[in-house]
Design a protein around this ligand. Sequence first.
Ligand SMILES: [Zn+2]
Length: 457
Amino acid sequence: MSESTSALDSAQLHTELDTIFDEVIDQLTDLVAIPSVAWPSFDPANVRTSAEAVAGLARDLGLDVEILTAAQEDGSEGYPAIVASVPAPAGAPTVLLYAHHDVQPPGKAEAWNSEPFVATRTGERLYGRGAADDKAGIMVHLTALRLLAGRLGVGVTLFIEGEEEAGSPSFRNFLETYQDKLAADVIVVADSGNWAAGTPALTTSLRGMCAIEFEISTLDHAVHSGMYGGIVPDAMLAMTRVLSTLHDEDGSVAVSGLKSQTSSDIDYEEATIRADSGVLESTSLIGSGSLASRLWTQPSITVIGLDIPEVDVSSNTLQSSLRAKLSIRLAPGDTPANAVEAVEKHLRENLPFGATLTIGDTEGGSPWQADLDDPVVQTAERALTEAWGQESVTMGIGGSIPFIADLLEVFPQASILVTGVEDPDARAHSANESLYLPDFKAAIVAEALLLQKLAAS
Ligand SMILES: [Zn+2]
């Protein structure tokens, strides 16, 4: 692969970026000022306003811009996305650049040190809701395109979703409805992060997830604990017994049939995990294997709901039945269907006292693993390394981005690159979310380098 002579190197791109960076921050500040929360209880007008703002920035770059929606599963209209395109020169690939313009709600105002929707610069960080997740992702795409204006050697489709933080309810339908507009050889999802401030990373695996609701019954109605306690097993006893079988002594998942893998060439420091998570000093960590593998490539199970009488209103009663909800994180290589089956089998096999089990609603999103031998993945790693001047690493994410699986299903031929601007201190979704500006600059340069390299390949 030889890059064309008009291609700019990392240093030249950094210099060009420095001359326009104040403007880029102003544009990001304008986007942060729009409280574009796509949750049903928030005003949808703000999401339309942010769609229009992003569309305006894309139009300023000379892109052909549309604001589009698709129906959600219940038939109601989804939130507006921006699709803007530059056609590919003959023989060149088309690259889809994804980010989202909706944000998480700000949460409690007291928890913020600045106004959540007023981008506030302190030192090397820009604070504000969406300053990192994911309005900075939008600005990475737009600014990389701006740096390459007049010398863009690939086709580009900009796709800025408007409902990611609300679970992307119309996403799958959107992909299918506009499949022709969105078709691409390479998909860049700028909605993740880097290994550390100053250390770039390509995200190459994501855990999947599934949730299972179930009910355990031992009686056909609740009875007095004095009349029957000690003879008749209550549903709480059966429930706590069966829940306690989900994990080993050390807290590792004890359900057989769930997939697990080992990773990786990098690992977390225990002190970092302890500090970031807020785990109490006396509390030990759970699981076994490297800390990275526990988060990225092993399953986890958490009881996230239990319908029981609250302590303040509890009475001397044997509960007849109880509902619980489990949240299960899946290792790459597993599937939600396999996990639901494995967990249901485990619950049935470990149910004490002949209690009955009824499985209720289940939901799931698939895990994902990048193909590390894909030349596009290797090109992206080179672009990151050059832009940061620091070797790029591959990392996993313990969380899920379920729409990655949708992208793969609708565009099975595309190479998917998961990049982003966040660092471990970015606090996406929390109070005092912030963007680390040196990494933001490097992410813009890396994307410009990537597009140039793809043009030359
Ligand atoms: Zn995001």
